[in-house]
Design a protein around this ligand. Structure first.
Ligand SMILES: Nc1ncnc2c1ncn2[C@@H]1O[C@H](COP(=O)(O)OP(=O)(O)OP(=O)(O)O)[C@@H](O)[C@H]1O
Ligand SMILES: [Mg+2]
Length: 274
């Protein structure tokens, strides 16, 4: 048993995994998922970078930073004013870093010269100086639209994670995500893969929620993670407190759910050695 385990470990290695959390719909739990999945991976000893690609800056405040601080963030990085490594900031939790945003991010697209490939500026900045290579996971949070910031995240990421809230509208929004991923693959990032769907706001006590979940699982060719995120006031409290659930309420069901999701993702992402 011990030999088998050792062999399994030595035959595998961890590469930097980069995941964009995307959904065309607002308020489905993208930011909550990025923060808490990231915190759960960091708790398991992975080095995690959270990248806030949303001018609302909810990820930035969600890990306890003030978006209105005068520090350089993602807008300065995309604009070419600072190196990514200089803007990446430690959080209060071990192994967890953030590239913060501020509302200025909404203006950065207009500042860039009307050169081609504006949407590749974030990808290229993260690649320079091996900035992203020092992390096991890079997780991108995106706004609820398919504009410049979301496309930049999709151009920089290897995988897409789609939180789907258990409502009919959100499931319709899923088609838009798939269409956008298809376009980004064709024009900017041919290797972009869909990691899977995380069902959010799942109330397993209602038949409606269960039926929608079954419907999702029947969708061809997209993995639906076994972990589901149920509604809980604890997650609302964490957004306000600026503390990940794993630290805010370590023994809560929500913390357990995000640890389980981290386990499912980490299990998947160990690539075979070459
Ligand atoms: N499982 C949950 N149970 C209860 N509240 C939740 C849950 N997940 C997220 N929330 C709350 O719902 C609100 C929206 O969540 P979140 O900000 O993560 O969504 P979002 O998809 O990032 O939204 P936006 O598209 O505006 O960026 C927040 O107030 C958050 O605290
Ligand atoms: Mg958000």
């Amino acid at each position: 048993m011990a030999i088998e385990r050792q062999c399994k470990l030595s035959c595998r290695f961890q590469v930097t995994v980069s995941i964009a959390c995307v959904s065309g719909k607002g308020g489905v739990g993208k930011t909550t998922t990025v923060i808490n999945l990231g915190a759960a991976l960091a708790e398991q000893g992975k080095r995690v970078l959270l990248v806030d690609c949303d001018p609302q800056s909810n990820l930035t405040s969600g890990v306890g930073l003030d978006p209105y601080d005068e520090r350089p963030g993602i807008a300065a990085v995309i604009g070419g004013h600072v190196e990514a490594a200089a803007a990446i900031t430690e959080t209060s939790w071990p192994n967890l870093w953030v590239l913060p945003a501020s509302p200025d991010l909404s203006a950065v697209e207009g500042e860039l010269a009307s050169s081609i490939d504006k949407e590749l500026a974030l990808r290229d900045a993260l690649r320079r100086d091996g900035a992203r290579a020092t992390f096991d996971y890079v997780l991108f949070d995106t706004p609820p639209s398919f504009g410049f910031q979301t496309i930049s995240a999709l151009a920089a990421a290897g995988d897409v994670l789609i939180p789907v809230q258990m409502s009919g509208f959100a499931i319709r929004g899923l088609k838009e995500v798939l269409r956008t991923v298809h376009l980004v693959r064709g024009r900017l990032n041919p290797d972009l893969a869909i990691l899977g769907i995380v069902p959010t706001f799942v109330n397993l006590r209602t038949r409606f929620s269960r039926q929608l979940l079954d419907g999702l699982c029947e969708l061809a060719n997209i993995r639906v993670f076994a972990t589901v995120i149920t509604p809980t006031v604890k997650l609302q409290e964490t957004s306000l407190a600026g503390i990940p659930i794993t630290a805010y309420a370590s023994s809560s069901k929500a913390a357990a759910a995000y640890r389980e999701l981290a386990g499912e993702i980490a299990e998947d992402e160990v690539a075979p050695s070459v």
